[in-house]
Ligand binder design. Structure first.
Ligand SMILES: Cc1cc2nc3c(=O)[nH]c(=O)nc-3n(C[C@H](O)[C@H](O)[C@H](O)COP(=O)(O)OP(=O)(O)OC[C@H]3O[C@@H](n4cnc5c(N)ncnc54)[C@H](O)[C@@H]3O)c2cc1C
Length: 378
């Protein structure tokens, strides 16, 4: 069988890409290796309402779990800072349902979707899968972090996330714990779905994620784990080339999740949309410049912010626990108020700048990081 485009990977990036291609009247097949779109879910589901709007999705009742009201950040020594997150309008969505919503949009626009279908090889316009060979003009690689394994392992951190029932999980409150020894280069998190139900996760450089998460749960108290997920996250930012020959790389496969938090629903989804639109223009005109627009538009939207996030990540990786504690103790009520009132969940380096007090009187961050810190202010 022959399609204008074959998309390998039926998750956010691949499905949004397919939706845009199908909308333009071109034929597109999505092959997904798992047995169900959206499953197994490997995501906390945190996303901004404005991000969902940009992606063209109004979450259904089944998709929307809850809204975040507060973010509680906890230092290694146990100090906590609580940011009011209501203005940022951050939602918790159920990815099992969300991905199906996108799949339905793609299908209604004319895309074909096949589950339990694994792309084995793609060469000379032929995609070989376990359920047949499909001819294509363009192949979209939307296979997620697994696509990066052979390219670069340095940006990959191991993560574990459990779905947990426990009465210490508070609806509306996200908790983030920093500890440079337990979670080097990252943090642990609690994302509530509702009172008593949520996702507990951890990631870090060279850690045993399962041991780390078990310890967190042991300390937290009575709970039941109802689901366990172990998955890599990518924190090194975008790869150099989004287009190689007749292959277009999108989403996590292109390194499009945030270097600070590895959140990718929005930036990977937009990657899929930009790629889909560019592919459609290329198929209409035969002009490869149209295809190249994809990389340009993604970088125009996220490039600068991601560079700053990469720098913020470099700083985090250098901090030891006493320094993190010191930084926490220098955060003032005014800084928290400012962040609560004016910051953006998707472009959040401005909040990091405020936390470090870089525009105010605090000079400690400059002392720790030296002149390099100016990169965050640019
Ligand atoms: C524990 C964890 C928590 C997270 N929490 C959040 C969060 O709260 N908010 C947020 O925004 N982001 C979060 N993320 C990141 C987010 O899940 C990803 O950035 C996003 O899903 C990337 O989408 P994608 O389509 O690029 O890739 P993926 O979602 O990884 O999808 C890739 C798809 O390709 C399929 N595939 C792989 N190989 C093949 C093949 N050979 N043939 C066919 N199909 C194939 C896979 O089965 C999969 O369905 C989290 C990630 C993890 C691991």
């Amino acid at each position: 069988m022959s399609f204008d485009v074959v998309v390998a990977g039926g998750s956010v990036a691949g499905l949004f890409c397919a939706r845009e291609i199908a909308k333009s009247g071109h034929s597109v097949l999505v092959v997904e290796e798992d047995f169900e779109i959206g499953s197994p879910e490997h995501c906390g589901g945190l996303v901004s309402a404005s991000g969902l709007e940009d992606l063209g999705i109004i979450p259904s009742n089944k998709t929307l779990d809850s809204q975040i009201e507060f973010a509680r950040l906890i230092s290694p020594g146990g100090a906590s800072v609580t940011v009011n997150a209501k203005k940022q309008n951050v939602l918790v969505i159920n990815r099992r349902e969300f991905d199906k919503q996108i799949a339905l949009q793609a299908q209604k626009n004319g895309a074909d979707i096949k589950v339990k279908t694994t792309l084995k090889t793609a060469k000379d316009g032929k995609a070989v899968t376990n359920s047949g060979t499909f001819d294509y003009k363009i192949l979209v690689d939307a296979r997620g972090v697994s696509s990066l394994v052979n390219k670069d392992r340095t940006g990959m951190l191991q993560s574990a996330q459990y779905e947990v029932y426990a009465d210490w999980i508070e609806k509306g409150v996200v908790e983030v714990n920093f500890d440079a020894q337990k979670y080097p280069g990252f943090f642990s998190w609690i994302i509530p779905e509702s009172n008593g139900i949520g996702k507990i996760g951890v990631a870090g450089r060279a850690i045993n994620a399962m041991d780390a998460i078990e310890k967190i749960l042991e300390q937290k108290g009575k709970h039941s784990v109802i689901r366990k997920v172990f998955a890599p996250i990518w924190v090194n930012g975008p790869i150099q080339e989004f287009i190689v020959g007749d292959t277009v790389v999108v989403g996590d496969a292109a390194g499009q999740s945030k270097p600070t938090t590895a959140g990718g629903i929005y930036s990977c989804g937009i990657g899929g949309i930009f790629a889909g639109k560019a592919i459609a223009r290329f198929l209409n005109t035969g002009n490869r410049d149209a295809l190249a627009e994809y990389r340009k538009s993604w970088h125009k939207k996220f490039g600068h912010e991601f560079e700053k996030q990469l720098f913020a990540r470099k700083m985090l990786e250098r901090l030891d626990n006493p320094t993190i504690d010191k930084l926490f103790s220098s955060i003032t009520a005014d800084m928290i108020k400012d962040i609560s009132e004016s910051d953006d969940f998707d472009f959040h380096t401005s909040a990091i700048v405020k936390m470090l007090g870089l525009r105010g009187s605090l000079k400690m961050a400059q002392t720790i990081f030296g002149a390099e810190i100016k990169k965050l202010l640019s």
